[in-house]
Design a protein around this ligand. Sequence first.
Ligand code: NAP
Ligand code: ZN
Ligand code: ZN
Length: 354
Amino acid sequence: MIETKDIKAYGTQAADALLDQLNISRRKPTAHDVEIEIRYCGVCHSDLHTARNEWHGTVYPCVPGHEIVGTVVSVGDHVHKFKVGDTVGVGCMVDSCRECQYCQEGLEQYCEPGMTGTYGSPDKYLGTQTYGGYSESVVVNENYVLSIPENLDLAATAPLLCAGITTYSPLRHWNVGPGKKVGIVGIGGLGHMGIKIAKAMGAHVVAFTTSESKFAEAQRLGADEVVLSKDADQMAAYRGKLHFILDAVSAEHDINAYLSLLRVDGSLALVGAPEQPLPVAAFSVIMGRKSFAGSMIGGIAETQEMLDFCGKHNIVADIEMIDIGQINEAYERLLKGDIKYRFVIDLASLKNNN
Ligand code: NAP
Ligand code: ZN
Ligand code: ZN
């Protein structure tokens, strides 16, 4: 029988309900667990898709949040990697089978029986659902906890746990680096990290945006060139020019327009996960032997590699800090693209809430 403790969280009871304060149970740390007091949690568009059941299958109550940073407050008897007082992170995954081929290869995100998501997955310990980082604390097996580089601003590091790894992993997989021209589509939470990371990897970065206000300043993020994707003439100038495209758009858009910008043998990897299917025309990939691919977050070792890479290159997210009570308003602004570029919740505001 596992002991539990009730804590404060923020979540939603239905797809059309606002997020509000609620209580959830966390297990008390078992032998290999780390208990983390959450200090900051980033707000990913996946939180919104899930809270509003846009991908279907959300179980309520739903407590989102998978860009978690905080402080270790207790550890189980057999924990070796972390000690009380350490600054740590938790991303989108808190467990996996640890035995299948993919887990053994460090691709836990593609675990055959399925990874345990930080929120919205069956909780192997308590038989309920997992609850995410819009909460006071979280208890996670030490193998799924990350070390945070000391030189980085902690709140601005939180978004690396999802937005950072989700862009880093495909950029690495498709060998982005010097001599490569790379397109980043959608300058939101993911896209702005994609620009920074691709630039630090040595690529020539072309950012594509629908927002005039981001057009003006994408170069500050590291883009070598910026394209207003609504302007057909600007788009035409890049036809057949890019080696790789990372598409981080959260809503329906024309994938074929981007496939036409790839060179022969080029690849477009989708990380954005819109609710509706995106039609791909046969000739968009036939002409030029192109690949249309996808990618989901990254494994645990690769997430640590990404954090260390960001530590070395001084890369963090551009953030706007909010209190937990502002989360519903933040979701509305996220939908309008009215955020440069990631909301981060200061969880002290939940702690102080009655
Ligand atoms: P976000 O901050 O809302 O950014 C999405 C960006 O897409 C917006 O900033 C906007 O960029 C662009 N956009 C939005 N609506 C558009 C439209 N109708 N047409 C064209 N462009 C549009 O979201 P995020 O947190 O970065 O997440 C992006 C997507 O990735 C979400 O679907 C999320 O669920 C998904 N995701 C996937 C993974 C994975 O493992 N694959 C991990 C995390 C998130 P501009 O203003 O520059 O046009
Ligand atoms: Zn995410
Ligand atoms: Zn597995």
